[in-house]
Design a protein around this ligand. Structure first.
Ligand code: NAD
Length: 332
């Protein structure tokens, strides 16, 4: 299929080209993000291949349809950036990579927990500076602690299993609880209980109208003092202003973010030589107990290989007989 790939980084190209040898797609790689300003670059391409921060709202989809695009291939699991109802109205098919490596994201989540708890981000630069003092680096045993997992799907389950391995009690909340999680020892509870009893809360649900700002002033108010919050799902599941307020009072003891609600203009770019215009992100970066990574949880060789193969297979499925198991459709 004649496909234009937006938001291309060197690693995307490398993995898509390697996987592409087994397919006959014609791929054109472009660096810009897909927005209303750049949509014209897709003119004449049957398919556009996009990532988490590309814009696929109604005006962009309408422009794509006018220009001859009939398929959107997401190189990710989340599809919160696509107006699915509009895509259907325009006859544009949307496919995604529902599961590539839940281990990649879950392991990165654990990495944030461990680094924050034992202050590795601070110890690293301290020791390199010849400062071997331990003051301020005190952590806690994970063994015996309670971990709350919101969203016990593919990633949440791997995370829960690793935390069970540390000897943690794991509480789960999910709109659709599953048996596999129970078998891992996850105790399903309602959200107020999870908030009240967890020492660590980790978010693994999709971003939907229901989960938008699930972590806000009200839910933070129900949490333990000093709680650790980790978000590797989607930025807007957290109300960033509310967590900043919680950090300032000490209610939130640690915050680990791989995603941020206003990440689209910042993440995946090297801005080390410019002033970051986002005051909220800049404020977050001043806290010693906040650790932010730039949406890198998925970033392992295994995950990139699987994303590339599944994306190209999805396009081949659409081209062959129009049916693809990884198609996303609007909720009825
Ligand atoms: P999944 O679909 O396997 O699991 C999501 C779980 O959330 C499901 O069990 C579902 O029932 C549950 N859920 C849905 N609505 C809910 C609600 N209102 N409240 C509580 N739970 C709800 O998805 P996954 O593969 O585990 O991925 C989870 C999320 O992680 C994705 O939606 C995506 O946003 C994010 N993600 C981030 C990265 C990254 O690099 N940081 C990479 C991949 C995925």
């Amino acid at each position: 299929m004649k496909t234009v790939v937006f938001s291309t980084k060197p690693y995307d190209r490398r993995f898509l080209e390697a996987a592409g040898q087994a397919f006959e797609h014609e791929l054109r790689f472009l660096e810009p993000r897909l927005t209303l300003e750049t949509v014209e670059l897709a003119h004449g391409f049957e398919a556009v291949c996009v990532f988490v921060n590309d814009v696929l709202d109604a005006p962009v989809l309408q422009a794509l349809a006018r220009q001859g695009t009939s398929a959107i291939a997401l190189r990710c699991a989340g599809f919160n950036n696509v107006d699915l109802a509009m895509a259907r109205e325009l006859g544009i098919r949307v496919v995604r990579v529902p599961a590539y490596s839940p281990h990649a994201v879950a392991e990165h989540t654990v990495c944030l927990v461990l680094a924050l708890n034992r202050h590795i981000h601070r110890a690293y630069s301290r020791v390199r500076d010849g400062n071997f003092s331990l003051n301020g680096l005190l952590g806690f045993d994970l063994h015996g602690r309670t971990v709350g997992v919101i969203g016990t799907g593919e990633i949440g389950r791997v995370f829960a299993s690793i935390m069970r391995g540390f000897g943690c009690r794991v509480l789960g909340y999910d709109k659709f609880p599953n048996e596999k999680s129970r078998e891992l020892g996850v105790e399903y509870v309602e959200l107020p209980t999870l908030f009240a009893e967890s020492d660590i809360i980790s978010l693994h649900c999709p971003l939907t109208p229901e989960t938008h700002h699930l972590i806000d002033a009200d839910s933070i108010g129900k949490m333990k003092k000093g709680v650790m919050i980790i978000n590797t799902s989607r930025g807007a599941v957290i109300d960033t202003h509310a967590v900043i307020a919680g950090l300032k009072t000490g209610k939130i003891g640690h915050l680990g973010l791989d995603v941020y609600e206003e990440e689209a203009d910042v993440f995946f770019e090297d801005l080390s030589n410019v002033v970051i215009p986002d005051d909220t992100l800049s404020r977050l970066l001043t806290f010693p107990n906040v650790l932010i990574t730039g949406h890198q949880a998925f970033f392992t060789r295994e995950a990139l290989g699987c994303i590339a193969e599944t994306t190209l297979q999805n396009l081949a499925d659409l081209e062959k007989d129009g049916t693809c198991p990884n198609e996303v459709k609007p909720a009825k």
